[in-house]
Design a protein around this ligand. Structure first.
Ligand SMILES: C[S@@+](CC[C@H](N)C(=O)[O-])C[C@H]1O[C@@H](n2cnc3c(N)ncnc32)[C@H](O)[C@@H]1O
Length: 262
């Protein structure tokens, strides 16, 4: 087992990540929401964007194509390799850096910072959450916009399943995905184990991954953001409707503005 495999859950998942998530998540709709939020929820123009946990570049690449100056950072070298290849194929050149939000030191400030598709939920220990929020604040200019796309705790509890099966097909690749979940209700931490049986023509392989995710209700997250240097906190329940989140909404998309303090 290499260090990369041992240290991060996305190393093995990276080659099939787009098969699994592009089918289920409407990237174009998400990018449209982001552009709408940049225009309507920020008092000043947004040009530079930090995509934290950019993964395979689902948002960094189309935002670059739309003329934004994007830096994508990710703790997973394997995910970044795919993002870089896709950017080359698309003919755009976002900056991709192998950096961890928990220890992030970056040489500049951005107009907007994004944590799309549960990236912020990956910070589990209190010290990680504190470091993550402090680093997000540091890398945003005063008045800059923060977008956190999170699992909606209320909705997860309503449709909670310990075991889930999905069959996902993308061109010649078929993924039979089995997800096992354990939920620590006291600490709101979900352990998520995935077994993906991947069939590509005659070739079959098994990809296993495990991660822990810290879940939030909106009240907790809003209070946390207010005390850590963010204001004008609001939330949306889906990328399509752009209405306030409800307890049963599919996502908890939180948008906040960095205040002008240090
Ligand atoms: C579910 S994926 C989301 C990827 C991308 N944002 C998207 O919407 O497709 C979570 C990503 O967050 C990255 N990640 C998790 N913890 C991180 C951290 N502390 N710092 C930087 N990236 C992190 C993972 O490596 C993975 O690429």
């Amino acid at each position: 087992m290499t260090n990369e495999r041992h240290n991060e859950p996305y190393a093995e998942l990276a080659p099939i990540y787009d098969v699994i998530y592009s089918a289920r998540h409407q990237t174009a709709q998400e990018v449209n929401f982001l552009k709408w939020a940049f225009k309507n929820l920020c008092a000043s123009t947004i040009k530079t964007v930090l995509d934290v946990g950019c993964g395979t570049g689902r948002h960094a690449i189309p935002l670059s194509e739309d003329g934004f100056e994007v830096t994508g950072i990710d703790a997973s070298e394997a995910m970044l390799r795919i993002a870089k290849r896709k950017a080359r194929e698309a003919g755009v050149n976002p900056r991709f850096l192998n950096l961890d939000l928990r220890t992030l030191e970056i040489d500049r400030q951005f107009d907007a910072a994004l944590c799309m598709l549960t990236v912020f939920n990956h910070l589990v220990a209190q010290s990680e959450v504190e470091a993550g929020l402090s680093n997000l604040k540091k890398c945003l200019r005063a008045g800059g916009l923060l977008v956190l796309d999170m699992i909606n705790l209320g909705s997860l509890l309503r449709r909670y399943k310990d075991v889930d099966h999905q069959l996902i097909q993308d061109k010649s690749i078929i993924v039979h995905r089995i997800v096992l979940r354990e939920f620590d209700e006291l600490n709101l931490i979900q352990t998520h184990r995935e077994f993906d049986i991947v069939t590509d023509g005659d070739h079959k392989s098994l990809v296993m991954s495990e991660r822990k995710l810290r879940l939030y209700g909106y009240a907790e997250l809003k209070a946390l953001l207010h005390t850590r240097g963010f204001k004008r906190v609001c939330c949306f329940g889906s990328f399509e409707e752009r209405t306030q989140a409800t307890a049963s909404a599919p996502r908890l998309i939180v948008v906040a503005t960095r205040d002008s303090g240090d």
